[in-house]
Ligand binder design. Structure first.
Ligand code: FAD
Ligand code: FES
Length: 369
């Protein structure tokens, strides 16, 4: 073939594809320009004008209405549900696993997946309007184990936080390294609910995890950190029950610590047994503190369980998975409630045992992560 013809064909193709990409980008900007949309909240009790095109979750956050969310909008936590009566379009595939038939009837949607494209009518529970944003100073960062750090954050002077022991905050990162955008993740509050001027979180490093790598490698004492909250329904019920069975693994200790202090400080009569599951001695932390609480408050018993103690650990305590200790030491569910926090695998195994002993969905409370 003539060389000139080939050159002409290549140039024509380049021109056509260039023209196509211009057309696509113009039509995208026209199609995605949803203009200003009205969000009618709770039958007109609040009406917001927002720029269309973003997720409902972030549009509400921009208006300082914070919907619970743990996965940063990846449709993996299912926490960001909001009732959308009008304007959400059909349920998306990404939402389906999280919305039950009953919730579909109530028009529940994942606010991180629904895009604001038109006027919408929403129902948002009143308690979510109490959720605030806090810009805190990181005043302490300690290694609790080789992979868990405790962050201590001071609220701005004059500001207070009121939360129920067991609840969590959303923690926002800043762009760092190759991560160009802010992300946010959920972290249970480990400090006492009676302390209103600061917050503590326990953050375990997840290899390759965006937020935990930020915390473990980029964050420094003295930095400002952005948090919102409090969120969640993992908190003490306790009515009509005599004993609280508490179970945690890893950083799941965080909300349990807050719960233990809550019971003690409120002078509640409940007995507490705290089963803490870990692999080896190096995964245990807060040991001295819980031993001291045991001494000071006979109503509290601490049972650390090591699944795989090393010979050099010289471990004299409970050995085996936390499920073994539960099986052996919890006889029945009579006048008991269970509070669990940790990995889905551990929690599912524990919940099966608890149910075999007579605990029901009404007496088991948990946060899985
Ligand atoms: C209600 C609630 C409370 C929580 N409280 C705490 C807490 O007190 N302390 C704490 O450390 N974490 C807590 N988490 C988990 C936390 O929100 C993050 O999911 C976790 O820190 C990982 O975030 P990341 O950005 O580092 O990882 P991502 O960038 O989100 O994830 C990176 C990769 O790691 C995987 N991954 C994510 N999480 C885990 C995990 N836990 N273990 C193994 N692999 C994982 C993901 O599938 C992904 O492939 C809580 C979660 C929820 C829902
Ligand atoms: S924010 Fe996690 S599912 Fe929407």
């Amino acid at each position: 073939m003539d060389f000139g013809v080939i050159i002409k064909a290549v140039i024509s193709l380049a021109l056509i594809s260039g023209a196509l990409s211009v057309i696509i980008s113009i039509s995208e900007s026209v199609l995605n320009n949803y203009g200003t949309c009205e969000l009618d909240i709770n039958n007109g009790s609040k009406v917001l004008s927002v720029k269309g095109g973003s997720s409902l979750l972030s549009s509400l956050a921009n208006e300082r209405i914070f919907i619970p969310s743990a996965c940063g909008g990846k449709a993996t936590c299912g926490l960001c549900k909001v009732a959308v009566l009008e304007g959400a379009g059909p349920l998306l595939l990404t939402e389906e696993p999280y919305i039950t038939q009953e919730e579909r009837a109530q028009h529940m949607r994942l606010s991180c997946q629904v895009k604001v494209k038109t006027n919408m009518k929403l129902l948002i529970p009143d308690e979510l309007f109490n959720i605030k944003e806090y810009i805190c100073e990181l005043v302490g960062m300690d290694d609790m184990t080789y992979d868990i750090k405790r962050l201590r954050m001071k609220l701005p002077l004059g500001e207070e936080i009121h939360f129920k022991a067991g609840q969590f905050m959303q923690f926002y990162t800043k762009p760092y390294g190759k991560v160009k955008e802010e992300v946010f993740r959920a972290y249970s509050i480990s400090s006492k609910a009676s302390e209103h001027d600061h917050l503590e979180l326990l953050i375990r490093l997840v290899p390759e995890g965006i937020c935990t790598t930020y915390v473990h490698t980029a964050l420094k004492v003295g930095d400002k950190v952005r948090l919102s909250g409090p969120y969640g329904d993992f908190y003490l019920r306790g009515e009509g029950c005599d004993e609280l069975i508490m179970i945690a693994g890893g950083s799941g200790l965080a909300p349990i610590r807050s719960l233990v202090y809550d019971v003690i400080e409120k002078g509640l009569p409940h007995k507490m047994r705290f089963f803490f599951g870990a692999n080896t001695l190096r995964d245990l932390y807060y040991m001295d503190e819980f031993a001291q609480i045991e001494k000071d408050y006979p109503q509290f018993t601490f049972i650390p369980c090591l699944a795989r103690p090393e010979p050099e650990d010289n471990w004299q305590g409970q050995t085996g998975f936390v499920t073994v200790a539960l099986e052996e030491q919890v006889d029945n569910a009579e006048k008991k409630e269970a509070y669990l926090c940790g990995s889905p695998g551990m929690l599912n195994a524990c919940i099966t045992i608890l149910k075999n002993k007579g605990f029901t969905d009404d007496t088991i409370f948990f946060d899985k992560f």
